[in-house]
Design a binder for this molecule. Structure first.
Ligand SMILES: NC(=O)c1ccc[n+]([C@@H]2O[C@H](COP(=O)([O-])OP(=O)(O)OC[C@H]3O[C@@H](n4cnc5c(N)ncnc54)[C@H](O)[C@@H]3O)[C@@H](O)[C@H]2O)c1
Length: 445
C-alpha cells in the first residue's frame, strides 16, 4: 500500500512538474520542423510558455522572424505577443525539456516511406536530449516507427534510457490546410506515451492548448495507427467514388446525381470523386502498405484504391481527347486552359498535386495547355513540375476547372466568354457548376 502511494505521488509530482514548469517558464518546449503542422502548434504553445521554433531552413526561419508564415496559412497577427524564438541553430535546443517533432514524412518514387527528415530531426533531438525530457512525434508514420526507428537513435546519441531517463510520445496532427473551421485547437488531439505516467504528462501539456480536448490512446502504436487509418479510409472511399464515376461516365449517368439520390439513405457515406493529391491522403496509405508488406501481408483494398486515385489525371486527359473527337473538333491545334493547379481548393500548396499531373498528361496530347492559379507560386510550380503559370490569353476550346478555388464559384458568363470559344467544352472536375454553366453542359467526374 505504501509503495503504491509512493508511485502514485511520484507520478502526480512528475505530471505537475512538467506542465507547471513549462507554464512558469522554468522549462522550454521546442517544435522541430515549422511547416503547415509545426508552426501553428509552436505559436499556440507560445501563447502560454517559452517556445523554441527550430527549422533547418534558414530562409524560412528568417521569414518567421519577420512575422511571415512561409506556408502562407497564417497571417502576421498570428506571430504577435508570442514567446517564441525561431532558430536554425541546434545549440538553441540545449535547454529545452519538451520536444515536439513535426517534420515531413513523404514517400520516395517507389511509393515507400522516406524517413530522411524524421531520422535527421531525431538525431538533432538525440544530440541535445537530457534526463527528464519528453520527445513527442507528430509526423505521420506507420505503426511502430516511433519506437522501432526513432527511439534507438535517441537512446544511442543521448546515452539515456527510455522511461528511466526520458519519455516518448506520439500525437498525430489532424489539421486540414485551408480549413478555417477545424483549426488546431478545435480538433480533438490523440495523445500517447511510452508509459502511464508520461501519457498523463503529455496529455496535460496538450490539453493546456487544445480546446476540443485530448483522447488518450493506450499506446504509441495505437496513436500512430489511428492517424494512418483516418487518411487511408478517406483515400479508399474516394477511390470507390472515382471508380463509380468511371463506370457511370461510360453509361452516360451523371455521378453527382446518383450520389445525391443515394445520399438520402441515412447510412450512405458522404464522399465524392476527385483528384487525390497533397502530402497526406495520397501518401499516408503507402506508409501502412509498406509496413503491412514488411510483415508479410499484401494489402489489396488499400493498394487498389491508391491505383485508382493515381490513375485519375490520365483518365481525365483521355476524356478531354475523346470529347474533342466526339464534337468533331480538330485535336492538333486545340487550345486548352486549366484553372487551378494546387493540390486542393483555396491553398497555395502544390505538393503531389494531381491537377499538375493532369496538366502534364494533357501536354502529351496538346501543344497549347495554359495554366492559371490564383494561389500557387509560379516559381515553385516551374521548379516542381516544369509548368509555366500565366494569365488567360485568347480563346480556349477546352476549359478545365481542376480545383474548386472559391473565386471560381462567382465567375460570370461574360467573364467566361472573354476567354472561351463559342462552342467551348467545359470540364468541371469538382462539380462547381452542377453539370451546367449558363446553358453549357459541363463534364464532371
Ligand atoms: N500539412 C498537413 O495538413 C498535415 C496534416 C496532418 C499531418 N501532417 C503530417 O505532419 C508532418 C509535417 O508535415 P508538414 O505539412 O507540416 O510539412 P512541411 O513540409 O510543411 O514542413 C516541414 C518543415 O520541416 C522542416 N524540416 C525538414 N527537415 C527538418 C529537420 N531535419 N529538422 C528540422 N526541420 C526540418 C522544413 O524545412 C519545413 O519547414 C508530416 O508527417 C505530415 O504527414 C501534415
Amino acid at each position: 500500500m505504501a509503495s503504491h502511494t509512493l508511485v502514485w505521488e511520484e507520478k502526480q509530482l512528475m505530471k505537475q512538474l512538467m506542465l507547471e514548469q513549462l507554464l512558469n517558464r522554468q522549462e522550454k518546449l521546442a517544435v522541430i520542423g515549422l511547416g503547415y503542422v509545426g508552426l501553428p502548434i509552436a505559436l499556440e504553445f507560445a501563447k502560454k510558455m517559452d517556445v523554441v521554433g527550430f527549422d533547418i531552413n534558414q530562409e524560412r526561419v528568417d521569414l518567421m522572424n519577420n512575422g511571415v508564415d512561409p506556408s502562407k496559412e497564417l497571417d502576421a497577427s498570428a506571430f504577435e505577443n508570442k514567446s517564441i524564438q525561431f532558430t536554425a541553430n541546434p545549440e538553441d535546443l540545449r535547454d529545452v525539456s519538451f520536444y515536439v517533432v513535426a517534420v515531413p514524412t513523404p514517400i520516395n518514387k517507389f511509393n515507400t516511406p522516406n524517413l530522411n527528415a524524421l531520422l535527421s530531426a531525431t538525431r538533432t533531438v538525440g544530440n541535445v536530449l537530457s534526463k527528464g525530457d519528453y520527445v513527442v512525434y507528430e509526423s505521420t508514420v506507420y505503426p511502430g516507427c516511433t519506437e522501432e526507428d526513432c527511439l534507438p537513435i535517441l537512446e544511442e546519441l543521448s546515452g539515456l534510457k527510455l522511461n528511466e531517463d526520458f519519455k516518448l510520445g506520439f500525437s498525430p496532427e489532424r489539421i486540414n490546410p485551408g480549413d478555417k473551421k477545424h483549426t488546431l485547437t478545435k480538433i480533438t488531439k490523440v495523445v500517447s506515451g511510452s508509459d502511464e505516467a508520461s501519457l498523463k504528462v503529455i496529455s496535460d501539456v496538450y490539453a493546456s492548448i487544445i480546446e476540443a480536448g485530448v483522447h488518450e490512446a493506450s499506446s504509441i502504436k495505437v496513436a500512430e495507427a489511428a492517424k494512418i487509418i483516418e487518411n487511408t479510409q478517406r483515400d479508399v472511399n474516394i477511390a470507390l467514388m472515382n471508380e463509380l464515376s468511371v463506370i457511370f461516365n461510360k453509361m452516360d449517368i451523371p455521378t453527382y446525381e446518383v450520389l445525391e439520390a443515394a445520399g438520402t439513405k441515412w447510412n450512405f457515406l458522404n464522399f465524392y470523386p476527385g483528384l487525390v493529391g497533397g502530402h497526406c491522403i495520397g501518401v499516408d496509405p503507402y506508409y501502412l502498405t509498406y509496413k503491412a508488406s514488411s510483415i508479410g501481408y499484401n494489402p489489396e483494398v488499400i493498394l487498389s484504391g491508391r491505383r485508382i486515385n493515381d490513375s485519375m489525371p490520365e483518365y481525365v486527359a483521355k476524356e478531354v481527347v475523346k470529347s474533342l473527337i466526339e464534337k468533331d473538333k480538330p485535336l492538333k491545334n486545340a487550345r486548352i486552359l486549366v484553372k487551378g493547379i494546387t493540390f486542393k481548393e483555396n491553398v497555395a500548396d502544390i505538393r503531389n498535386s494531381k491537377a499538375a499531373e493532369l496538366v502534364l498528361a494533357l501536354q502529351e496530347y496538346f501543344k497549347q495547355v495554359d495554366v492559371v492559379d490564383l494561389h500557387a507560386d509560379a516559381e515553385e510550380v516551374k521548379h516542381e513540375y516544369g509548368i509555366e503559370l500565366g494569365e488567360e490569353s485568347g480563346k480556349y476550346d477546352v476549359i478545365i476547372f481542376a480545383v474548386s478555388h472559391e473565386q471560381y464559384n462567382s465567375i460570370t458568363p461574360n467573364q467566361l466568354h472573354e476567354f472561351a470559344t463559342d462552342d467551348v467544352l467545359l470540364f468541371d472536375l469538382k462539380n462547381i457548376f452542377k453539370g451546367n454553366f449558363n446553358g453549357i453542359p459541363c463534364w464532371t467526374l
